[in-house]
Structure formats: C-alpha cells, structure tokens
Design a protein around this ligand. Structure first.
Ligand code: ARG
Length: 600
C-alpha cells in the first residue's frame, strides 16, 4: 500500500513542486471505474483550481507511467486507477510480510465487572466480549496488556447471602449436630446455583398481610446489614463464608466466560481496595495495595479536590462548566463508596509498577457518569498527563423474542442461551445433511454457536443496544459469524495439505478483477485493525472480516478451478490467496475471541 501511495505521491510532487499530498486510496464505488480511487479535494485551495481540473492533471501524469498503471480516469474530483500486475504483487508481498513491532507500553483493560453470587446472564456477553477483543487487539499490536476483571466481590449482597445461609437454611435444623453436618455438606458442595438459591430465599415475597411482610423483610435487611458489618470487622465465620462464596463465583465466572473465550489475567476484586487484607480467594499474584480508601479521601481533601461536608461526609463539587453533578466519596460513618474504590483502583494501577499508558474501561453505558466523575477527580488530584483513561462504554443486548423461558423468571442465563444455540445449530446443520457420519464434532458445533452469538454482538457499534435474533445470528447466507466461518473453512479446504510453491512474481502478467479485489481487501487489514484499536470499537474489525469473506466468496465463485490452472505461477498465487484468506480470518476471529471450526 505504502508503495502505491508513494508512487502516486512522487508523480504529484513532480507536477506541483511544493505541495505535500498523500492520496487516501479506497475501492471505487463501482468496479468498472477502476481498482483504486482517491479524491483530490484538499488540493483545490492551495492550487486555486477546481478538483476536477486537478484530477485531470494528475490523471494525465499518471497515464504516462505505464509500468504501474494500466488505466486512469477521472470522475468528479476523483482519480480512478487500475494497476499493473507488478503493483499488485508488491501489495501482496506486503500483506504476506506484515509484522508488528513491540511497543514499550502497558495497557490495563478493566472489563468483566461481573458480580459474585449471581449467575451470568445474557448481558454478560457485552462488556466481556468487547473488552476481550480490545485486549487481544492491543496485544496483537505489540502492547503489554493487563486484563483486569475488576470483580464485584464486595457489598451488601454478602450480608444477604450470609444471613440467608444462617437463618433460612442452617436454622431449619433443630439439633446442633444436624446443623453442623448440613453446614459442612452445603459448603463442600457449594455451587453458583446454591448461591442463587440463598439470594432468592432472602428475597422471597412473603405472602399474607402486606404490612407484616414489610416488617419481616425489614428484619431480614437489618440482619443482612449486621452480617455485612461483621464481615467488614473480620468476623472469622463470615470471612470464611465470604471466601468460599467468592471463590466459587470466580470459578464459575471463569468457566462460563471461558466458553466465550474470555479470560482475565487478574480478578482483582472490589474488596481489595477496601484494605481489609482479606485472603485472596484465587491466590492470584498481583502487587499488594499500599494505601486504603480513607488515605485517598484524606489526600483528596489535602489537595483541595474533595471537601468535608457539615454532616461529616466527604464529597466533590465539580466546576460548573464540567456539568458533572457533585458526588460523595465517604459517608458520614467513614465508609467509602463504589466511586472511592474506583479511585483507589486508578491509584493502585498507576503506582504498583504496572505503569500503564492507557486504562480502558469496558463498562456499560449506565456507568458513564460514575466513570466521568472518577476520571475527572483522578486527573485533578494526580495529574496523570501521561496516561489515557477512557470509558469505552457499551449498550445492551436483548432478545428479539423478548424473554426466554428459563428456570428462574425473566433473567436469561448465559448457559441457557448457549444450550438453546447449540440445539439450533445442530438443527440447522441437520437440514444441510450434516448428520450421522457426516455430523460435525461437538467442538465445531460449539465454535459455530458461540461465533454466532458473539459476532452478532461484536459486529455492531458497541455504543448501541443490540437486538439478538437467532435467525440472523445463525444465518449462513449473510453477515454473521457462521457466514465468515464458512468462507474461512472453504478457503482452507481448497489449499488442504498442498504445499504451495513459491511463484515467480515477475511471471504474472494478468490478474482477474477477483484476484485484485481480494488482494486489495487483504491489504486493508492493518488500517482496519488500527481504527479498531484507536476507537476501541471491535465492530470495525468484525465487519472487515465480513467484507473479506464476501470478497473471497465472489473470488471463489468466479475463478475457474484453481487446482486445474495450467499456469503454475498463477495457480500458486491463487492458492496463496486462499491460504492468506483462511489464515487472516482465523487470526482476526482470534482477536475477536471467536474460534474457527475445522469443518462446516
Ligand atoms: N461490578 C460493577 C457493576 O456490576 C462493574 C465494574 C466495572 N468496573 C469498574 N472499574 N467500575 O456495576
């Protein structure tokens, strides 16, 4: 690409000596116009000429260069060109030899944010998928990436779980020895479902007199608050229960998100920033914390960023022009808030030796204000000129059919969604005679199902809400994960185990428009990955995979049987194009954290 651009630039500079111009090349809207086009509109002002006139002048200059261009024409301020085979060969060799250099920079991605004690639901496709793609893409670009799940292992929910465990479950046994053996059995067989049962039993609607029910619920809430306070003050039993509940939640989240190819480096929980020195439930190896939330609040008061209110609480009032509503960092009883723990997390990440140049928050849109406040306060207090703090927020996913029937009311659990998906995939494959001996492996069915789910979310702008529709997600005919997977499998199959011979570039004199379109699309890769990284929007890369799959399919349909091609150089070139398509699609799906099936 660089070469073609510099060829064009050097012609333009001989034409207009002191003008610097770099052509932005793209595919013309209609293939009959040419293979590449570029606009010259920015030259109109410095040259004081109409774009059309400039385009004509440039076109006649380029026409003289018959080594590189076979056809040049002008349409309304655009120069359209078709290139000689040697130019295409150069472009292709750049694609083949692309390499990423190591960047000496660290990026922290804060991205799963799941909460302990609750099973994963359909919404957990969103931030984890976006975040994982961003992590993978930055790592591919040569950055050192730290995947930090900012795990929600703290808060009132633990008081509720513990209260329910002690009062609704254990208390139901009359003798002390029954209580002890039940307790032991319960904790030994602990699962995420048992935590859900505890949570639900805490909230069961109490039938009968409404006032009576309210009082009872109030008692329960008070009881839960007391249990939580005991946890905060290191009550041995409650800490032990917290550790068990948290550990099982992490295991569960890692297992379920693992199916979606999502895996954090660290599950540093919110509790960590409470400075309670709780045991690390997962024994992960991250640096210790050197300060607590109270230190942060004190520091912010000293720096005149936060102020103490009359009632003893501490808050921040933002300047009017920022239009950010004021907030509280410490309650009058001295406890910190969610916002305070995020400030502690920023300070921790900046001072623990990681030294990131970016902290990217993949957190949903509802937390926009929260993160604006956190980022504003952090910048005000600590400067942080050399680090970018960015909230790559995302919208939600909902089902077209509305809610699905699940075991538990209206929540659509991730597990149920995946099970339904696998049934639908198998059904669809059966319609394509992929049954019996011809059936796909369970791994391939899983790759197709997960690919369908993840691609349908990742191919849309993360800022928007997405309606999930099984028919579209699993369509083999249009923009979907399976469509792209199919193109990839097809491309790989053509090459099979053939060893592609080195072809002689100089011997190739003619390429079909399908060859050149495929090379051109492959050559867009680097730019697309860069846009994806710069905007933190994986849909650019996802849609690019679709473009390449469409382009490959049209190449496949219009190219005579490659293996029967008599021109050995052309045959090897086309096999190379198939190989590159399969390899690159696999790589980019890998960046989006989607697997390719081996068969389809
Ligand atoms: N656990 C939080 C929630 O469910 C999300 C955490 C997002 N990350 C952060 N640094 N605040 O709301």
């Amino acid at each position: 690409m660089q070469n073609l651009q510099s060829i064009i630039s050097s012609h333009i500079s001989t034409l207009y000596s002191d003008i610097l111009f770099s052509a932005t090349l793209s595919a013309p809207p209609k293939p009959e116009h040419g293979e590449y086009c570029f606009g010259v509109f920015t030259l109109a002002k410095p040259l004081s000429k109409s774009p059309n006139q400039i385009a004509e002048e440039i076109a006649s200059k380029l026409r003289e260069d018959t080594t590189h261009f076979t056809q040049v024409n002008v349409i309304g301020g655009y120069v359209n060109l078709s290139c000689a085979a040697n130019v295409w060969m150069d472009i292709l060799s750049q694609v083949e030899n692309q390499q990423q250099e190591k960047k000496n920079q660290t990026i922290v991605v804060d991205y799963i944010g799941a909460n302990a004690g609750k099973p994963l639901h359909i919404g957990h496709i969103c931030t984890p998928s976006i975040g994982q793609a961003i992590c993978n893409i930055y790592r591919h670009l040569g950055y050192y990436v730290i995947w930090d799940s900012h795990f929600g292992d703290w808060g009132g929910i633990f008081g509720k779980l513990i209260w329910s465990f002690k009062n609704d479950w254990i208390a139901a046994f009359s003798t002390e020895s029954d209580k002890i053996s039940y307790r032991k059995a319960f904790l030994n067989n602990l699962s995420i479902d048992s935590l859900l049962e505890l949570y639900q039993s805490f909230h069961i609607p109490i039938l009968g007199n409404e006032d009576d029910a309210k009082i009872k619920q109030e008692d329960r809430e008070n009881g839960a608050r007391i249990e939580f306070k005991k946890l905060v003050s290191w009550d041995f039993e409650n800490v032990e229960l917290w550790k068990k509940f948290t550990a099982i939640s992490i295991t569960e989240i890692e297992k379920k998100l693992g199916v979606l190819e999502i895996k954090a480096t660290y599950n540093i929980g919110e509790s960590f920033y409470e400075w309670l020195n709780l045991p690390r439930p997962n024994n992960e190896d991250y640096p210790n914390l050197e300060f607590n939330m109270k230190d942060i609040v004190r520091e912010l008061i000293e720096k005149w960023v936060a102020t103490q209110n009359e009632d003893g609480s501490v808050g921040v009032v933002f300047p009017e022009e920022s239009k950010i509503p004021s907030c509280i960092l410490q309650k009058k009883d001295g406890t910190g808030l969610y916002l305070t723990s995020d400030l502690a997390a920023i300070k921790y990440r900046m001072t623990n030796g990681w030294n990131p140049s970016k902290i990217i928050y993949c957190v949903d849109v509802r937390q926009q204000l929260h993160l604006r406040q956190a980022i504003w306060i952090a910048k005000k207090a600590w400067g942080l000129e050399n680090v970018e703090l960015f909230h790559a927020f995302n919208g939600f996913i909902k089902l077209k059919e509305g809610t699905m029937s699940t075991r538990h009311g209206t929540v659509i659990f991730l597990e149920d969604l995946i099970t339904e998906g696998e049934e639908r995939t198998s059904q669809l494959l059966a319609e394509k005679w992929r049954t019996g001996d011809n059936a796909l492996s369970p791994e391939d069915i899983e790759a197709i199902t997960i690919g369908a789910i993840k691609y349908s979310y990742l191919s849309q702008d993360r800022e928007k809400d997405v309606t999930f529709d099984w028919d579209k997600a699993l369509s083999f005919e249009w923009n979907s994960g399976p469509y792209i997977q199919y193109a990839c499998v097809r491309a790989a199959k053509i090459v099979g185990t053939i060893e592609i011979k080195k072809y002689d570039y100089s011997q190739i004199e003619w390429l079909s428009p399908y060859d050149t379109a495929l090379i051109r699309t492959l050559a867009e890769m680097e730019a697309k990955i860069q846009i994806t990284a710069d905007t933190y929007k994986p849909h650019t890369l996802a849609l690019y995979c679709y473009d390449l799959a469409v382009c490959f399919n049209s190449f496949y349909v219009h190219t005579p049987k490659i293996l029967e091609e008599s021109d050995a150089d052309l045959k090897n070139l086309r096999l190379t194009l198939c190989r590159l398509t399969a390899d690159k699609l696999t790589l980019w799906f890998d960046l989006l954290a989607i697997q390719m099936p081996s068969e389809m």
